[in-house]
Every structure is written in C-alpha cells, then in structure tokens.
Design a protein around this ligand. Structure first.
Ligand code: ADP
Ligand code: MG
Length: 242
C-alpha cells in the first residue's frame, strides 16, 4: 500500500511544562477527509499547526508523503500544505484577486498574467468570480473566508488543513463556506478539518478523529461514529451535543 499522505508517528508536543499532544499516531490517506473533533483545549489546533511547523514537536515524527516534515525545508513544507484559520487574515490593501495571486507571484515567481489567470479560476471555484476586484472590507465574512480558501489553493497544496473556518461567521454565512469545502472533497482533495459543524462532519467526513486532553481517543468512520461511537469518550461527546 502507498504511504499515507500525512502521518503522525508518536507525536509529543509541550508548551512549557504542559503536555498538549500525547503520543499521537494518525495516518491520513490521499483523498481522505478527516474531521477532528473534541472539547476546547484538547489539542486540535495544535495538531494541525504541527503539520506545517507553526509549532515544534518534542518527539515523534510527522511525515508528508513519506517524508519527515521535520527534516524538510520549512518553506517547502508550507507550500505543500494549505491552511485556513478561523480568522481570514486577508491582506486588507489587496483585492480578492491580489490576495490570491500574491504567493504564486512572490514565491513561485509566476508572471503577473499567469498568476492572475489562475487566481481568477480559483475565485470562480469558490463562487466569487464577480468579486475579483473587491477589497476585503467590502466582502462579507463568508466571502472573505472563501477568498482565504482560494488563496490557500493557489500554491496547489497536497493537503488542506481547516481550523474552525466557520466559527467566526454569522450563521447564515456558514453554508456557503462549507459548500466550497464539500466541493473540494468531491474533487478528491485530501483534507483535515477541525469543526463544530457535526452535520457537515458526518456528511463530508470519511473518518472522525476524537481528541481529548491531548490524545487521539477514537478514530472511526464518520457514519459509524455518529451511529455508535466505539468509546465511552465518544458517547459522552455525542450526548453533550444533544
Ligand atoms: P483546541 O484547538 O482543541 O481548543 P489547542 O490546540 O488550541 O486546543 O490547545 C491545546 C492546549 O495547548 C490547551 O491547553 C491550550 O491552552 C494550550 N496552548 C495552545 N497554544 C498555546 C500557546 N501558544 N502557549 C501555551 N499554551 C498553549
Ligand atoms: Mg482550536
């Protein structure tokens, strides 16, 4: 069998003396959509941030396509991993098009025309072909987040990581962002998502990873997880949602 696309192998992470990831093993296959759930403070964001080395791990290894990210050039690793956060962090003085075209121009050295053509394609893919010239302040939260997704896609990442990307949005704007993510799943993008949207997790996720207190406590196919979780922690987590 091929290597998993992303693999956590005995990962330990500390913040000072606080042990926040405890011997985490997790393998994510190509084209898989893995949804990470769990209580606040359980280590979900840290798990994602370790993959592109926004956080340093104490021990263990994280491999991308079979290669340790710890040994690779950090900029190369970050180019291969698209990450979208709760806060959109768009460049305020650039249009939607400018935001999406920037990294391909600056980092890849793509000519302006080619970078902008590609940016237009990506903005079209996230449903914003009519907003290419708009500046972030003129866009709704849902539109800004979709620009942020297009920007992350612009470097042709191998895997996309989403950390609670709809948590800061007004409820009526959540759906348009989830629709974009679902479209990426349909196109076969490998994704790891932290989300509180359980309906979405069930529908779009292939597997659910439940974290508690820095550990992965359950990994179950998503349909099965919501029907009958395998662990007591899983049952507790679901019962609190009701
Ligand atoms: P989650 O995303 O599941 O809410 P986090 O990964 O953000 O959890 O946090 C896991 C633990 O690590 C928490 O106890 C949190 O307080 C701690 N933590 C997160 N970031 C930092 C940091 N930069 N410095 C110190 N502790 C942190
Ligand atoms: Mg978090």
């Amino acid at each position: 069998m091929a290597d998993p696309l992303v693999e956590f192998d005995g990962v330990d992470k500390f913040f000072g003396k606080t042990h926040v990831l405890k011997n985490v093993d997790l393998a994510i296959e190509e084209r898989e959509v893995v949804v990470v759930i769990g209580p606040s403070g359980s280590g979900k964001s840290t798990l994602l941030r370790c993959v592109n080395r926004l956080e340093e791990i104490r021990s263990g290894d994280i491999r991308l396509d079979g290669q340790s990210v710890l040994e690779a050039d950090v900029n190369e690793v970050r180019q291969r991993i698209g990450m979208v956060f709760q806060s959109f962090n768009l460049f305020p003085h650039k249009s939607a098009l400018g935001n999406v075209a920037l990294a391909p121009k600056k980092i890849r050295g793509l000519p302006e025309d080619a970078a902008e053509d590609r940016a237009r394609e990506l903005l079209d893919r996230v449903g914003l072909s009519d907003q290419t010239g708009s500046y972030p302040e003129a866009l709704s939260g849902g539109q800004q987040q979709r620009v942020a997704i297009a920007r992350a896609l612009a470097m042709d990442p191998t895997v996309m990581l989403f950390d609670e990307v709809t948590s800061a949005l007004d409820p009526e704007l959540v759906g348009e962002v989830l629709d974009v993510i679902e479209g990426l799943a349909d196109d076969g993008m490998t994704m790891v998502l932290v989300t509180h949207e359980m309906g979405f997790a069930r529908e779009v996720g292939d597997r659910i990873v439940l974290m508690a207190d820095g550990r992965v406590v359950e990994v179950t196919d998503s349909e099965a997880f919501f029907e009958r979780p395998e662990t007591e922690r899983g049952r507790q987590f679901l019962s609190r949602l009701l």
